[in-house]
Design a protein around this ligand. Structure first.
Ligand SMILES: C[S@@+](CC[C@H](N)C(=O)[O-])C[C@H]1O[C@@H](n2cnc3c(N)ncnc32)[C@H](O)[C@@H]1O
Length: 317
């Protein structure tokens, strides 16, 4: 079969499946599976593909027509100029999460050898970017999913920071012990934040194929924010920052929850390119967290901060 025929048929299939940009997506998939550069695909339409190559191409096109995300089929997504490997075990990194990295690097600008914690690392896009952005940093990345951590480790190795990130399997902050001087200069997280009732209304690619573990966050979508706001201050050094990604319309409520902890001396929300308040930057005082947090109503999770006592650092890993 000629490449040009394969291309036209693939476009038709993706168009019928209501893929928004069927021509570009078909071309990316075909170029990837046939091992051609895009320009060869486009300008050398008379080339022939073998039946085996055509079958491999059709397998991918059919999977895309079933709304499997393009990034899982290609196995990669760019994040801050780095190609991050992605599998269905991890959330596909989003462009707005790059703001979280910028805010985090900015927060430690004046700190030598900063200690940074990325909670819910997924593909490792944040942790890898931080390690590459600050060669003197110690970066710890935690996720509850062993399969996500395997992807994150592979990305760290691929981008030359495999020996600079410590990967920990754990439930949010529970793997870490408090030390009197704090443990981390900054804790950053893009936690799950989709309210349970909104999961099925998400775009098919997200709702059907991205991991629920990376999305679902209880009735109001703030289960993880509550736990992080309560648990992080005890782990932060004096003047340290907690930096959280927010879903659309969550900013006011998360700021209220932050104030209720009584632990932060400043709160700032930053907007993304679409004008959505996307990043919360919360800072504890120079003496560290005020140790009299007020538990938010209906709070669930990590237990009273006073229960977390230890020598500091990672527990048992
Ligand atoms: C929204 S994704 C973020 C992934 C990645 N950091 C990013 O920005 O693309 C949330 C991540 O949190 C992880 N996660 C969910 N529950 C967790 C928990 N209780 N403790 C640690 N990680 C958790 C998921 O496995 C997922 O990788």
């Amino acid at each position: 079969m000629k490449v040009s025929t394969l291309r036209r048929q693939a476009w038709d299939v993706l168009q019928a499946a209501e893929i928004a940009d069927p021509v570009r997506e078909a071309d990316w998939l075909l170029a990837s599976v046939l091992g051609f550069p895009l320009h060869t695909l486009i300008f050398e339409g008379d080339r022939t593909v073998s039946p085996v190559q055509a079958e491999r191409a059709w397998t991918l096109i059919r999977r895309r027509a079933e709304r499997q995300p393009l990034q899982y089929l290609l196995g990669t997504q760019e994040f801050r100029g780095l190609e991050m490997a992605v599998t269905p075990d991890v959330l596909i990194p989003r462009p707005e999460t790059e703001l979280l990295v910028e805010a985090t690097l900015q927060a430690v600008l004046d700190i030598r050898g900063p200690r940074m914690l990325d909670v819910g690392t997924g593909s490792g896009c944040i942790a890898v970017s931080l390690a590459r952005g600050r060669s003197d940093a110690t970066v710890v990345a935690v996720d509850i999913s062993a399969s996500a951590l395997a992807v994150a480790r592979a990305n760290a190795l691929c981008h030359g920071v495999g020996n600079r990130i410590r990967f920990v399997q754990g439930d949010l902050l529970t793997a870490f012990s408090v030390s009197p001087d704090g443990v981390f200069d900054v804790i950053v997280s893009n936690p799950p934040y989709v309210p349970a009732g909104e999961l099925d209304a998400l775009q098919a690619e997200v709702a059907w194929y991205e991991p629920r573990l990376a999305l679902a966050a209880g009735t109001d979508g703030l289960d993880y924010h509550r736990r992080l706001l309560r648990g992080a201050p005890e782990l932060l050094k004096g003047g340290g920052h907690l930096i959280l990604e927010l879903g659309r319309g969550q900013s006011d409520q998360v700021q209220r929850l932050s104030q209720q902890t009584g632990a932060f001396i400043s709160l700032e929300c930053r907007k993304d390119a679409a004008g959505i308040e996307r990043v919360l930057v919360a800072r504890v005082g120079a003496g560290g967290a005020l140790r009299v947090p007020v538990a938010p109503q209906n709070a669930t999770g990590d237990g009273p901060p006073s229960a977390i006592v230890g020598a500091g650092g990672v527990r048992g890993t």
